[in-house]
Design a protein around this ligand. Structure first.
Ligand code: F6P
Length: 366
């Protein structure tokens, strides 16, 4: 669906315009709790300035295929606590489609848009970075992902909710593990980094945590569990990130994926390492082991209050960056302050779990 072009509208790339603006908003990549809170905040602040807001359907796909819809006060009313995204999302990468980037620019121009707020993670914002750098495209970013692996910001929104859900699951698994004297393996999300595993593992009192960026061996994990059992603890909780590569003392490494095919951003689909690890633990220790894969439960439902507040602050900041014409920037959290960083910095590398965070987790192993 196209939009009616604005009469006499001229896109004002890179400038503060005194005339009314038309602002597009898109949500791309995996959904996460808090997306609607950002849309609401960016929308509300833009309406206060007399700007028009347009929703882009399904991430970059909406700009490639000209699927836009008006987003007025009515559409964004009541969405603060709602999970998912009212705009829909996909992992469409215009750089992987024949003529994709040109179509993004055409849709943007023909709809009379002046600026775009892109809410996404490394992939969605990677596209935004390139569009800004290569075409002076007037875009600002908002850091979203349950994985918390975006550079340039202390926290992404969605992460707190995922950690909350994973922690609650660990708490529940604790009581059943204890009743049955079992090892419980919990597989959490985290494609490249172990932020969810480390934070929920610390919060839930995990006995071993395995993450992609600091892979302890399967043998080490088994030793920690055996040590616990020798000390009279007959049950253990093991948290593993989906992106952890099974690592053995022999030097062998094994990445477990659901399928080898990759998406448009080159990512394989994870899921299953928990079962492989559970089988290894049972075989090596002889302790009865069960496995829970949390999967998309971590991404669904209402955001926590902390995520609602963070998403709201990010949405306001994004709208302000647009009003100031400060494109190529991303809203970010430094300490307790909302700042902005360049999209280039945010997408240059992933923010991995540093050693000192993992050391906190390790203090409670075994
Ligand atoms: O990047 C966020 C994330 O939830 C990862 O933790 C996970 O690997 C991936 O998305 C799953 O994506 P999909 O929704 O395509 O299954």
């Amino acid at each position: 669906m196209g939009l009616t072009p604005r009469v006499g509208s001229t896109p004002t790339f890179g400038m503060i315009s005194p005339v009314a603006k038309r602002i597009g908003i898109l949500t791309g990549g995996g959904d996460c709790p808090g997306l609607n809170a950002v849309i609401r905040a960016a929308g509300r602040r833009s309406f206060q300035r007399g700007y028009e807001v347009v929703g882009v359907r399904d991430g970059w796909r909406g700009l490639v295929e000209n699927e836009l819809e008006p987003l007025g006060p009515r559409e964004i009313s009541g969405i603060l606590p709602r999970g998912g995204t009212i705009l829909g999302t996909t992992r469409t990468n215009p750089y992987k489609l024949e003529g994709g980037v040109e179509r993004v620019r055409e849709t943007f121009e023909s709809a009379g848009l002046d600026a775009l707020v892109a809410i996404g993670g490394e992939d969605t914002l990677g596209v935004a970075t390139r569009l800004y750098e290569e075409h002076d495209f007037p875009v600002v970013g908002v850091p979203k992902t349950i994985d918390n692996d975006l550079n340039g910001t202390d926290y992404t929104f969605g992460f707190d909710t995922a950690v909350f859900i994973a922690t609650e699951a660990i708490d529940r698994l604790h009581t059943t593990a204890e009743s049955h004297n079992r090892v419980m393996v919990v597989e959490v999300m985290g494609r490249h980094t172990g932020w969810i595993a480390v934070m929920s593992g610390i919060a839930g009192g995990a006995d071993v945590i395995l993450i992609p960026e600091q892979p302890i061996t399967v043998e080490q994990a088994c030793r920690e569990i055996q040590l616990r059992h020798e000390r009279g603890k007959d049950f253990s909780i093991v948290v593993v990130s989906e992106g952890y590569e099974l690592t053995y003392e022999s030097g062998e490494r094994r990445l477990v994926t659901q399928e080898l095919a990759t998406d448009e951003f080159g990512h394989v689909r994870f899921g299953g390492v928990g079962h492989a690890l559970g089988a290894d633990i049972e075989e090596r220790t002889g302790y009865e082991t069960r496995v829970t894969v949390l999967g998309h439960v971590q991404r669904g439902g209402s955001p926590t209050p902390r995520d609602r507040v963070l998403a709201t602050r990010y949405g306001l900041k994004a709208a302000d960056l647009v009003a100031e014409g400060r494109f190529g920037r991303m809203a970010a959290l430094h300490g307790d302050t909302i700042v902005d960083v360049s999209l280039a910095e945010a997408t240059a590398e992933l923010k991995t779990v540093p050693e000192d965070w993992y050391a906190v987790a390790k203090a409670f192993f075994g």
